[in-house]
Structure formats: C-alpha cells, structure tokens
Design a protein around this ligand. Sequence first.
Ligand code: SF4
Ligand code: SF4
Length: 384
Amino acid sequence: MSELMVFDEVREAIVMSGGEEIQKCMQCGVCAGSCPWGRMEEKSEFNIRAMFHMGRLGYDGYESDDYLFACTTCNQCAVRCPRGIKIPDVVRAMRSVIAETGGIPKNLKAVLGSINSQGNPWSQERGERTAWMKGVEVPEYTPDKEYLLFVCCTSAYDGRSQKVARSVVELLQAAGVSFGIIGVEEQCCGESVRKIGAEEDFTRLAEYNIGLYNKKGVKKIITTSPHCYYTFKNEYPEFGGEFEVYHYTQLLDELMAHGKLKLSKPVGGKVIYHEPCYLGRHSKAFDAPRNLMSSVPELQLVEFEGNKDNSLCCSGGGARIWMETRAGQRFSDVKIKEAAEKEAQVVATACPYCIVMLEDSLKNLNKDDVMTVRDISEILRESL
Ligand code: SF4
Ligand code: SF4
C-alpha cells in the first residue's frame, strides 16, 4: 500500500466519522490562539490547529493521550473560527477513529466499562441509582406527570453532587411542578461516551434511553446537568428521540417569571458565576442562571472577566474529568485564583463536573477557608 493511500484512508476515516468539516479548515490558527491550553502557566504541547493539520493530511502524531484527549470540547475556539467549523465535532470524529482501534486512555476505558456494565461512569452499582433521594420523596414517572426529572449519574452517585439533586427536587416541589423519576432502569445519557469517541456504545445507550422514555410516555425532560441537557436536546434527535428538554435553571427561570417560584430569604455575600460551557457557550443559556441569582435577596452577583461566550472552561468536559491534569495546566485553578482576587465568597455554577473541578482547585490552592463552591440550586433552595 502506498504512503499516500494510508494518508487518504486516515482523512477519509475522520470524514466518515462525522468530521467532514475538517476539510474547511484554512489553518489560520485562530482556534489555537483561543484555546485555554495555550494560556496556562505551564505550556502544553496540545495545539488544535496542528492537530487538524495532521488529521487532514493523514499524518501520525496526534494519537497520544495528552494530545488527542486534551480537548475539553469547551467550544471557545469554535465561536471564533472564521470558517464556522464545529471544532468539538471534528475532535470527536478524530477520537472515534482512534477509539475503533482501542487506542483510548486507560482511565477512559474504565469509564466505558462501567457504563457498559452498570449504566454509569462512576463504577457504582446500577441498583443504587436512587440512593441520592435521602430525605426527599420523588414519585415514579407516570404519563400523568408533566416532566421526567433525569438526575445525572454524577448527582445520582457522588455524595457532594447528591445534594444538588435534592435541592433541585425541593425547588421543583416548591414551585408545584408535576414530575417523577424513572430510577434504576435508567442509564447514563452517554455524553462522555460520545466525547471519548465510542460511537457504537453511544448509539446503543441513546437507543436504549429513547426506547425507555417512549415506553414510559415521556414528553418533557428536566436535567440537573448541562451535559445531559445538551445530549438529549441536540444529539438524541439523530436517533429519533424528540423530547422537550430543560436544564433546571431554564425551567426555574420560567417558573419565577410566572410567579410560581418565590425566593424570599436573604442569602448574603459576594457570588461569582462560573458559566458551564454546555449551558453557556454551547446552549446560549446565559440569562436564566443570572436572573435566578439576581432574584435572591441580598446576593451580590459579580462576573469573571471572561464570561458568556468568553468564559474559561473548568477543564472537566470532553471526558477530561476522568483524566489527570498537571498543576499549572488546570483551568479551574485559574478560575479560583480570579474569584479570590475579586474577593468572592462563593463560586456559583450549575454543572456537576464544574463543581468537582472547582472544589478540587479550591482545596489544592488552600482557598477552602475563604470561599465555597455552590450549585445555583443550593443557593436558591436556601432562599425559599
Ligand atoms: S480557526 Fe477554524 S479555520 Fe482557523 S485553523 Fe482553527 S479550525 Fe481551521
Ligand atoms: S474546544 Fe476548547 S479545549 Fe478544545 S481545542 Fe477548542 S478551545 Fe481548546
């Protein structure tokens, strides 16, 4: 086989895996200049422009864990790309070519194994999926309920994140929302599976979930995580799953506007909002979280220098939450340092991955005595 044929085959495999937009790239480098990896204290080798160059020409050299799996799919580069290339989709396609040959990082293989055997990425028992419901009562979803509440795997199993699921439930109940959960029959939405590049596993999950929801009569879904929200809303329609999907902040914002959610107790202090990439830049839901927090009596809301489309990612997306990131290269450290400079007492966010990453940085930087990380739902619940 000639070298040229090998190069063509690699490029064609990327195109066939959904990365056809790589062919529109003009190598201007705006993406690499926008990417947070290039702005960290410790220089990273990862360069998205160079990776596209290698992929387009079918060159080797981008397949290593630290290169191909560096991208957090934060979309910062894509909002600036002059060719409008959906860069995270091309990254996903490049990963899926490598994933087919088994070339994915060891940690991510464990994540996939856990999802395939237990329906969640955290190596937890399938039967424990509803363990988060300590102290709250949530009915089973039946067709007379308006919404299915889908609790992200992280909020279902992680002790810290379970508090977020309970806060969301209490807020929905306070606003009189008709909702229920499916529970142990549920499986992960598959967002990380797709970001890893395991397309077959993602297709199987999406088809299972869509079949389950249709069988149960689900029409509307509320999610606790922006990642599940994005996946149900934007990726399930490819597999025939047509649902009306809300991230909980969007629904609560609507309920508040209609006088159904009332916040009355003061929650004082300076709160800085960290924008989850899949709620903000990917979904453009910029207003709902801010409207909600601005309605809490005595809460002083402040912004990071980079916010909305320019917000800096926490570094947990694109399955990076399961990978090691060296000190000096952690985006969440930069966020905590800026929050401390601005004398914020609380970093508020609305994503389970962001909470994990930001709380790790809080501890690593010894800032946990002056600042806390809270989900918006926890602040709102305190204000009921
Ligand atoms: S910004 Fe867009 S066109 Fe420019 S190098 Fe990056 S992907 Fe290619
Ligand atoms: S999506 Fe984010 S992390 Fe990935 S290349 Fe673009 S800017 Fe960098």
